[in-house]
Structure formats: structure tokens, C-alpha cells
Design a protein. Structure first.
Length: 92
């Protein structure tokens, strides 16, 4: 019985480490992805800081940002459908 337990422990440890590493990679890549996409999206906005703030919030939640500086929200339905407390579009 001990022989079957011994290989399982290192395997579980290795799988746990791989899972944590992949989660860390996704988290780190996600913020860089959002920063780059939101810079493009907000490049022509009149209120840059506000645009970047809300674009970042939307990107983190939806994991996507429509292409271009305006419109194209059909490319990301979550981004398009994300509303503020007044029922208006939250995402720039």
C-alpha cells in the first residue's frame, strides 16, 4: 500500500505547482494585455484617465477590449453589455 502512495504525493505536488504557475502567468499577462489594449482604445479620448480607468475595469472583468478607438463593441459582448448603476454603458 505504501508503494502506491509514494508516487502520488510527488505527482500531486508537481500538479499543484504547475497550476499555481499557470495562474500566476495568466494574472501577470492579463494586466499587461489590458494596459496595452486600453491605451489603444483610449488614445483619442478627451478624458484619458477616466477612459483608462473604466476600460481597465471592463477588460479585467471581460478579458477583452474591442479593437479601435470607438465602436466595435460587437467583438466583445461582455464589454458591450457591462452597465453602470444607472443602466448606461460602463465601458468606453
Amino acid at each position: 500500500m505504501k508503494k502506491s502512495v509514494v508516487p502520488v504525493l510527488p505527482t500531486l505536488l508537481l500538479l499543484s505547482l504547475l497550476f499555481l504557475y499557470s495562474f500566476f502567468e495568466v494574472t501577470m499577462a492579463g494586466s499587461g494585455f489590458c494596459d496595452g489594449k486600453c491605451k489603444v482604445r483610449c488614445s483619442k479620448a478627451g478624458l484619458q484617465e477616466r477612459c483608462l480607468k473604466y476600460c481597465g475595469i471592463c477588460c479585467e472583468k471581460c478579458k477583452c477590449v474591442p479593437s479601435g478607438t470607438y465602436g466595435n463593441k460587437h467583438e466583445c459582448s461582455c464589454y458591450r453589455n457591462f452597465k453602470n448603476s444607472k443602466g448606461k454603458p460602463k465601458c468606453p
